[in-house]
Write a protein that binds this ligand. Structure first.
Ligand code: SF4
Length: 451
């Protein structure tokens, strides 16, 4: 496999732009050596994985520092790092990752269904709520319902439960109760406790479980999640994870262990605000987070959850970026099943107040616009929202919701005590899973507990 030498193509660029060009050239020489030596490619797994890893870290370092004086050349260089890392890892050929470009480019919907201006208009115009709801409801019914023999439609609703594993976190997200500096009763579940929590959820009917944890690499390592996934899979559970973005090798391990889905909300697509809300820790790496879903999808994950945290910045611009991101992921991974969620901040640490308010009707219109653009995707609603609003949105366009949730590790107990000292955020809909089930059944929903 003779290829043009990377060092020849890029050495000048590296000398001109890198702080430590010798070290960088050495990495590229190692990549050249592998690419031009089939025996090495076959025999040295460890070496390949080390070089691929170094190329990937280099690329993310460059993405973070966007101050290039020759953007075209830089783009070419970034693509080379991306695809060379992929090639050396012996993964399926693919196109370069482009999320960082796409979420900041103009939205183009294939059939010109909505322009960006129309979306802005629909979200900001309160007189559009009824019309949009009607349309979203019709689309949802035609994609998420089953006709009964009587001719009546049974609407489909998936129910899931979050299982919080750990509230330890090294990050400093201003809005989060788990942030490092917050005084909190820190709890990290070990396997017997995880199994106990899963059994309680199973007794309540859930088979679809979202594993959630703060980012604390010493405790919440890849191996920790792998062991939990393997164990819970034996309990016949369908598992997704909502944890810090990972390296592609770690996503591979989660996928092989049996996880089915990855949920990774960008929180805000606005880079300036992102920096403010995530001042320290690994979560401050915007691009690393943004491409997390792509890395996961490249390893085989098909169930992918996107979201924005409402209250941080201008909700309309955030929704447009979320749509761009969703469309991009959908076009790159046509077999994926996307889910969208719009969690609203109600309460955070004492010193945090959301800077942007999103009222109920705007919230509804945002979900309705998502439904129009993603007719077959899950729209997800958590127990942050009130009972009347959850019931209303379930009837319009929501197709997946949590029920009876606890946002504290070990929070599913027979006698649930006040969990304020260890939870991530308070829930508002505190109906039990049974009560939610009964409401859904009474209102012609068929419940999917599995996925
Ligand atoms: S949002 Fe996530 S990463 Fe940030 S402090 Fe909370 S748990 Fe940690």
């Amino acid at each position: 496999m003779k290829t043009e030498k990377l060092t020849e193509r890029f050495s000048q660029w590296i000398i001109e732009t890198e702080e430590h060009p010798e070290m960088r050239l050495e990495t590229l020489e190692k990549a050249d050596e592998l690419l031009n030596n089939p025996e090495l490619m076959v025999q040295s797994d460890e070496r390949r994985s080390h070089v691929a890893d170094t190329l990937e870290s280099w690329r993310y370092h460059l993405l973070k520092n966007q101050n290039a004086n020759d953007p075209i050349r830089k783009k070419e260089f970034l693509e080379m790092l991306d695809l060379t890392a992929n090639l050396i890892s012996v993964r399926k050929n693919r196109t370069p990752r482009k999320a960082t470009e796409v979420v900041h480019s103009r939205l183009i919907l294939e059939d010109n269904y909505f322009t960006e201006e129309q979306i802005r208009n629909l979200i900001t115009n309160s007189s559009k709520t009824k019309e949009l709801s009607k349309r979203a409801q019709a689309i949802t019914r035609s994609n998420f319902s089953n006709p009964e023999k009587s001719g009546k439609l049974k609407k489909r609703m998936s129910l899931y439960a979050p299982l919080y594993l750990s509230n330890y976190c090294i990050n400093s997200c201003l809005y989060c109760g788990f942030r490092y500096s917050n005084e909190l009763n820190r709890i990290h579940l070990e396997m017997p406790e995880v199994i106990q929590q899963a059994e309680i959820l199973k007794e309540n009917g859930f088979k679809n479980i979202l594993l959630v944890a703060g980012d604390f690499p010493k405790l919440t390592s890849t191996n920790y999640f792998v062991e939990i996934i393997k164990e819970l899979k034996n309990m016949d559970l369908n598992l997704s994870v909502e944890i810090a973005p990972m390296k592609i090798q770690s996503y591979e391990m989660l996928f092989s262990a049996g996880a089915k889905g990855i949920t990774l909300y960008q929180e805000t697509y606005n880079k300036e605000y992102y920096r403010i809300y995530h001042p320290k820790g690994t979560k401050s790496y915007y691009e690393w987070r943004l491409e997390g879903l792509e890395r996961a999808a490249e390893t085989g994950f098909q169930s992918l959850g996107l979201g924005i945290l409402l209250g941080l910045t201008d909700p309309v611009e955030e929704l447009i970026s979320l749509i761009r991101h969703g469309l991009y992921i959908q076009s790159r991974f046509p077999d994926s099943l996307l889910s969208f969620s719009l969690p609203r901040i109600y309460e955070g640490p004492d010193d945090f107040k959301p800077a942007f308010y999103v009222d109920d009707n705007t919230f509804i219109r945002m979900y309705c616009v998502l439904r129009s653009i993603f007719p077959k995707s899950h729209l997800v609603l958590s127990t942050r929202e009130s009972i009347p609003l959850r019931n209303k949105l379930a009837d319009i366009c929501i197709t997946k919701m949590s029920a009876g949730s606890s946002t504290a590790p070990g929070g599913y107990e027979s006698n649930r005590r006040n969990q304020k000292d260890r939870q991530q955020f308070p829930t508002t809909d505190n109906r039990s899973p049974l009560e939610v089930k009964e409401w859904l059944e009474k209102n012609d929903f068929e419940i999917n507990w599995i996925e």
